[in-house]
Design a protein around this ligand. Structure first.
Ligand SMILES: Nc1ncnc2c1ncn2[C@@H]1O[C@H](COP(=O)(O)OP(=O)(O)OP(=O)(O)O)[C@@H](O)[C@H]1O
Length: 468
């Protein structure tokens, strides 16, 4: 079994060749598209492993020739252009797999083995053209994993659950899935399920007939109907009241809805993308999120990394937002590398959203066209205390507490610990969805001690874990 390797970097080619040979393949290597096509027209290969940027052209743009010469041969694409755009272009070729560089060499070898074992290539080249100006910025390794997952759901209608802290780009990912997927001609309808009062959820999601309740003056199509043929984005799903969860589950199971006050079963054809910044599993354990709904939604999970785990992306994001701000009429600025590096070291508790807001403020306030580190410092200074991990935030909080509460001399230590215990317990209980046993484990204290302290502090674990 032989593999054709198209790679113009000698050292990478060497490593790949060694790994594939260890898997029992014979490797034929070339370094150009012309040579690739010549070899393919002369010989049959079990698989093609190809780089994208080659001296005589683009390995993806020219994949049509490969398909003509070897229609069923699995293709594995390697690329250093780690953008969502490249990932999507690669997946549009119907490639078996796409590897952003740097990649795990053993995983590549395993994938080639799988591809050859699978016998045939996946779907042929797509008819859709890649969309220009893809919205997601960032080429860090954790974002690569996100792009890969996105490409996996573009040619199907599987339900996607987007997870990640607030401001990490969950809604943007949902939009990208819609815009790049097979439903892009249809509508993208977003609904923040946490923002709708419990009693209105049903009519908001499923619509109502005229006269269904006081105030229902006309027939109203709900979000499910509005999303017909497109994508329905259910945001903040973890904050949805229990009763609404049950109704949603029913709609998802049956693929149809009934308007409030209506009789007719209306079948709905929309791709569902849900998102939450909550950890749903402990909520299931605590009985605040329906397990069956979770399984319905969690078909393809895509987890977005917090910004602190991809500090490498901060400079690119900052420059992207400066350009966006300029496009919206704010003064045009650029960032020096030092300034970008300084932003990269800052803790962005609100993730990309906070960085974005900061950059817009910067665009408005900065005096010089070229923003250097010294121009950033005064704007970053007030945020220092924001860092919940760093001592600065706690220092300020403790200082404030001491002045505000003014505990009795002799009792400061006990009172301070008690004051700290409450928010600590509440935060940990939220993380565990109100589960005391897990909270005790995470805190590293005895569960009876925790139970006793919760009683003394009058904290109801389920109450505090419940969405506000
Ligand atoms: N990778 C990215 N590239 C460019 N812009 C981004 C990226 N990620 C997020 N943004 C921008 O950051 C802001 C916040 O993103 P978004 O609203 O998608 O976050 P979210 O995770 O849905 O937040 P929440 O959980 O609070 O709803 C938006 O303005 C979005 O356009």
């Amino acid at each position: 079994m032989s593999v054709l390797l198209v790679e113009d970097d000698d050292s990478i080619a060497l490593v790949i060749t060694a790994a594939l040979e260890a898997e029992g393949f014979e490797v034929v290597r070339c370094d150009s598209i012309a040579e690739r096509d010549r070899l393919l027209s002369q010989q049959t290969f079990s698989a093609l492993v190809t780089d994208v940027m080659l001296t005589d052209g683009d390995g993806i743009a020219t994949i049509g020739t490969v398909r003509d010469l070897a229609p069923a041969m699995p293709i594995i694409i390697l690329s250093a252009q780690n953008t969502l755009d490249t990932a999507v272009r690669a997946s549009d070729t119907g490639a078996f797999e796409y590897f952003p560089k740097p990649f795990d060499i053993d995983e590549l070898a395993r994938t080639v083995r799988q591809a050859v074992g699978s016998g045939a290539a996946e779907a042929g080249p797509g008819d859709e053209q890649p969309v220009a100006g893809l919205p997601l910025v960032g080429r860090s390794a954790p974002m690569q994993a996100v792009y890969r997952m996105i490409t996996r759901v573009l040619r199907n209608d599987l339900t996607v659950l987007v997870l990640g802290e607030s401001g990490t780009g969950k809604e943007l990912v949902a939009e990208a899935i819609h815009q790049l997927g097979q439903r892009k001609a249809g509508p993208f309808v977003a609904v923040n399920t946490a923002a709708i009062p419990g009693e209105l959820i049903e009519s908001e999601l499923f619509g109502h007939e005229k006269g269904a309740f006081t105030g229902a003056v006309a027939r109203h199509a709900g979000k499910f109907e509005q999303a017909q043929g497109g994508t329905l984005f259910l945001d903040e799903i973890g904050d949805m009241p229990m009763q609404a969860q049950t109704r949603l589950l029913r709609a998802l199971q049956s693929g149809s809805i009934r308007r409030v006050g209506g009789r007719e079963e209306i079948s709905v054809d929309a791709r569902i993308v849900a998102a939450t910044n909550r950890d749903l599993e402990p909520m299931i354990a605590a009985g605040t999120f329906r397990e069956d709904l979770y399984y319905r939604l969690n078909v393809v999970p895509i987890t977005l990394p917090p910004l602190r785990e991809r500090a490498d992306d901060i400079a690119a994001l900052a420059r992207h937002f400066l350009a966006l701000a300029a496009g919206e009429g704010l003064p045009r600025h650029s960032l020096t590398d030092d300034a970008a590096a300084l932003l990269g070291r800052q803790h962005w508790r609100g993730n990309v959203r906070e960085l974005r807001n900061f950059i817009y403020r910067l665009a408005l306030l900065a005096r010089e066209d070229v923003i250097d580190a010294s121009a950033l410092t005064p704007l970053l200074e007030p945020m220092r205390g924001d860092d919940p991990r760093g001592p600065a935030g706690l220092d300020t909080a403790v200082g404030d507490w001491l002045t505000d509460v003014n505990p009795a001399p002799g009792a400061i230590y006990d009172e301070a610990l008690a004051a700290f215990e409450r928010p600590l317990f509440v935060a940990v209980l939220r993380r565990t969805g109100g589960n005391q046993l897990r909270a005790a484990q995470e805190l590293g204290i005895n569960r009876n001690t925790l139970r006793k302290r919760l009683q003394e502090l009058d904290i109801d674990p389920l109450q505090v874990a419940r969405p506000a």
